[in-house]
Structures are given as C-alpha cells and as structure tokens.
Write a protein that binds this ligand. Sequence first.
Ligand SMILES: [Cu+2]
Length: 219
Amino acid sequence: MKRTNTSAWLMAAATLLPLAAQAATVQVTVLGRDGKPLADAVVVIEPASGAKPAEPTPVSAVISQQKMQFVPATSVLPVGSRVTFTNLDTWEHHVRGVPAGLASLNPGTQPGFELRLDGRAEGKSPASAEVTLDKAGAVQLGCHLHGSMRGFIFVADSPWTVVTDANGTATMQGLPEGAAKVRVVHADQLLEVTPVAVNITPVTALSLPTQVQPRRRRP
Ligand SMILES: [Cu+2]
C-alpha cells in the first residue's frame, strides 16, 4: 500500500518538474545577409524535450491593403484567429492566400483563399472580407492584379513564435530551460534557415545570422 503511494507521489513530482523549470526569457536578434538587424523574421523556438505550451488564444487581426502593400507585411497569429482584409486603396485588389511550401513548418493543409475587394469610394467605408486561419503553417499573401504585392502570415500553434521588430529582435517568455532549436522563417526567403541548436538559461540573448536579403528595408 505504502509502495503504491510512493510511486504515485513520484509520478506527480515528475509531472511538476518541467513546470518548475519554465522561467526562461529568450531574446533573439536576427541578422540579414548584410549583417544588419532583420525585421519581419518569424522566430520559432522548440524545446528539445518536446514540451508544448498551451496553444495561444486566437485573436482578431486586420491586414490592410494600402498603397499597394499589405500592412502589416508579416503577421504571426495564433491558430483559429480571424483576419479582416480591408482595402484602403481607391482601386480594386484581388487578395490571395497560398499555403507556403515549408514541409516541416506547414504539415497541415492550410486552405488557400481568394478575396476580391473593391476600391474605396469616397464617403463609403472600405471593402473588407474575413478569413479564419484554422491550421498552423505559413501563408503567402499576394494580389492577382498587382504582382509586386507580397505579404506573409505565420499561423502559430505555440506562443514561442514571435516576429522580429524593427531592431530585428524577438522576445519570448516562459520557455523551459535546456536544449532547444531555433528556427527562422522570412517571407523573402521561404527556404528555411537551418535550425540552430541552443541551450536556454534563465536569461538568454542570442544573435542569429542568416543569409536572408530583404527585398526592401523598412523605412
Ligand atoms: Cu492589388
């Protein structure tokens, strides 16, 4: 009888241990081919232990079409999020979303979508359409009418997926200490950057060089 209790206690302790270790804050700075900080890079950290955090809560987001650009150009959104595409230009856009071919990051079959959005008429509210992102993975955005328009959505099933800011930095919290893999995906280089092995300590800051050459630097 006592033996049973002990093993039950051990099992409980083993279950709790990984939680106790979840204290690390990780700051990743991604650099482009020119050595400058790379904005709009999606950084994904995967603990080697396979520890999975709770899925992030879906959100409602807006991606505008403005002056022939998607704004924001790159979004990381939790699975189940809803995106409203809003055309702020006075001319039509025909937005398409195509699952990006990243085998290891896009195992699901994110369905594509097409949205025809009329140009904004004076005094009227802009045309918009909503899409729900049901599956994790990468989606490339384009416009059938304007080949130069490119955007990127990374649908994440982990909160440890963050897009870099103008300083090329992504910060994540609550990661378990220990071995992990860092992946970087950038819309301008859909070839995956080779994942980097790191050891996460309570405060980890690392710099990650890549060969990504952004098409256009943010002003
Ligand atoms: Cu367009």
